[in-house]
Design a protein. Structure first.
Length: 247
């Protein structure tokens, strides 16, 4: 099957669809100034691949290095703003309550800051802190001793960022809700994801197998292109407003 590339046709699917799911990835926030994982790491971090930093084993082996990497990402993410793509999704949800379920792999909080409600965050929240090991009675996150990373002064438990690392399970209820949205939507928009990280990427296949139309919005080819009925080549901040605004 050859995928179509016509935005007007996808607009017609959108108008017809009673239930819509959006699956967003790092490219969604690229135009807000948040680098994707596929973009080269910069400066101090250029010599590390994210896959080598974003794991529990990496954190246990060198907590300072991984904590400082996340601290630099937090710093960068707190100064950015939602772009026209985030705003277009949030405005659509406000015009059509209950019609669009937003599933994101992003940890930057930009969808929520644009006003999206009920966002299913598959990979957590970079600004949240939690304990590395099961907290004991002495572990109180608000009283962690400052450090790289902060720690419990009684038992030495370390604070880690509230993201899902490679190799970790996704939050169960969130994944269940995302799968339910994928199974029941009539149209799924897949925005700014390379489609290489599972189980998130599998949601596009779930939607397709359940009979939904799948449209990809990405300026480059992705691993999910074979699953798509439509490939809209362009960026999130340009295509989403054009697609969603009139509906
Ligand atoms: P990825 O980095 O693997 O791929 C990014 C994709 O976005 C690519 O396919 C690229 O072509 C596309 N892209 C680049 N600019 C775009 C734009 N302006 N508009 C639309 N698409 C654009 O990202 P991934 O597939 O999301 O997987 C990487 C993992 O790392 C995910 O878990 C992701 O959430 C996480 N991550 C999150 C953030 C964030 O929260 N902003 C940033 C980097 C990575």
């Amino acid at each position: 099957m050859t995928a179509i590339t016509d935005i007007a046709a996808v607009g017609a699917w959108l108008r017809d669809a009673r239930a819509i799911a959006v699956l967003s990835g790092a490219g969604m926030s690229a135009e807000s100034g948040v680098p994707t994982f596929r973009d080269a790491q910069t400066g101090l971090w250029a010599k590390f691949r994210p896959e080598e930093l974003a794991t529990e084993a990496a954190f246990r082996a060198d907590p300072r290095r991984v904590w400082d990497w996340y601290a630099s990402r937090r710093e960068m993410m707190k100064d950015v703003h939602p772009n026209a793509g985030h705003h277009a999704i949030a405005a659509f949800q406000q015009r059509h309550p209950g019609r669009l379920t937003l599933i994101t792999q992003n940890v930057d909080g930009l969808h929520q800051r644009a006003g999206s409600i009920g966002t299913l965050c598959l990979h957590g929240d970079i600004f949240a802190d939690r304990w590395l090991d099961t907290p004991r009675n002495c572990c109180h996150i608000d009283h962690a001793v400052a450090g790289h990373p902060p720690y419990c002064d009684r038992c030495g438990n370390l604070v880690r960022p509230g993201v899902v690392w490679f190799g970790e399970p996704l939050p169960y209820a969130t994944l269940e809700a995302a799968q339910q949205a994928a199974r029941t939507c009539e149209l799924m928009l897949v925005v700014g994801t390379a489609g290489a990280v599972y189980p998130a990427a599998g949601l596009a296949q779930v939607a397709r197998q359940a009979g939904a139309r799948v449209a990809i919005i990405n300026p480059a080819a992705s691993d999910l292109d074979d699953v798509a009925h439509a490939l809209l080549s362009g960026t999130a901040a340009s295509v989403l407003p054009a697609l969603l605004a009139g509906v």
